[in-house]
Design a protein around this ligand. Structure first.
Ligand code: AMP
Length: 316
């Protein structure tokens, strides 16, 4: 097991300017594991109710995802309902029902405990701690996500968690909300003081920025003519990011830059259709050809001789 994720497995009801869809398979761990499954062997730690469809379990299995940590218990699967703004950049939560997650106590298998890469996807900070505390030895890289709900109702526990992880991946509004800063650079400085190696800020259609201790790197979002459903974009980004790092077994600066592009590649597929419809069953050529499109999107040659811009020197 190379990469482990704990997070939600859910049925989502979403409304976007492109339409509405009820009870679609979703959840932070679902998007994350599907996106990362194209890169490496990933295991999911989560719980579902006895209403969870066999076909959905089959879908995870088809992607080679290890579901031995996906417990089924009596009760209902986690449910989330949300509505997106006209510009698709913000989601308003209409309903959250933790259901079976309320009493979930994850018990990791020996193979899960030894995973070298760990992603604590969006779920209650108590659960994120419960998984991290069982890992032995400590993974090479631990990253986590969260959201406004947990910042509001479990802030101290979340800050305690941030102090224990290497990378925090959250969206722009959450980074500002958690740090109390108005700018992203300020937020990164504040949050890194807690011990983070890097803050990765997801900015929807504006891409993502890695504020690493040693460098800052910005990856654009793929310019799409039509975004159907942004649900899961953040988790798919994280799946591409962590999946890539776990696949190459490297957490150095160059790998992190490439990981941010791999994350943007995976997120760009997710938003093209409702739910996981586009993310499932991708072929490797289409993933690689989108990666090449990112290379082209960000390619430029430094000016002749690498001397910088042709500026006119004037006395001031
Ligand atoms: P994102 O990648 O940020 O768009 O995440 C969307 C996913 O997060 C949806 O599929 C939801 O099921 C899930 N989600 C929403 N609220 C929560 C929550 N409070 N805890 C865990 N997962 C959630």
């Amino acid at each position: 097991m190379n990469l482990l994720v704990v997070g939600s497995v859910a049925y989502d009801t979403v409304e976007t300017p492109e339409g509405a869809n009820k009870q679609q398979l979703g959840g932070s761990a679902t998007y994350f594991s599907l996106a990362s499954s194209y890169f490496t062997q990933v295991g999911v730690v989560a719980v579902v109710g006895n209403d969870f469809a066999r076909s959905d379990l089959g879908l995870l299995g088809k992607h080679g995802i290890d579901t031995t940590g996906l417990e089924t218990t009596s009760g209902k699967t986690f449910r989330w309902a949300g509505r997106y703004s006209e510009d698709l950049n913000t989601a308003v939560t209409l309903e959250t029902h933790l259901n079976v997650f309320e009493h979930f106590k994850p018990a990791l298998t020996p193979a899960h405990k030894r995973a070298p890469y760990l992603f604590l996807a969006n779920i209650s900070p108590d659960l994120q701690h419960a998984v991290l505390d069982q890992m032995a030895p400590r993974p090479a890289l631990v990253a986590c996500d969260s959201m406004n709900l947990w910042i509001e109702i479990a802030r101290p526990r979340l800050l305690e968690l941030v102090a224990k992880v290497d990378v925090l991946m959250i969206n722009e509004a959450e980074a500002k909300q958690l740090s109390g800063e108005r700018s992203l650079v300020g937020a990164a400085k504040q949050l890194r003081k807690l011990g983070l190696k890097a803050l990765v800020v997801k900015r929807g259609e504006y891409g993502a920025v890695v504020f690493h201790r040693d460098f800052t790197f910005a990856a654009p979002a793929y310019p799409l003519a039509r975004v159907v459903d942004p649900t899961g974009a953040g988790d798919s980004f994280a799946g591409g990011f962590m999946g890539y790092l776990a696949a190459v077994g490297d957490t150095g600066p160059e790998a992190m830059r490439r990981a941010a592009v791999a994350g943007s590649v995976m997120a760009s597929f997710t938003v093209e259709r409702f739910g996981v419809e586009r993310l499932e069953g991708l072929n490797l050529e289409e993933i690689n050809s989108r990666f090449s499109a990112f290379v082209e999107l960000t390619r430029f040659h430094p000016l002749g001789g690498g001397q910088g811009l042709p500026l006119i020197a004037r006395p001031v």
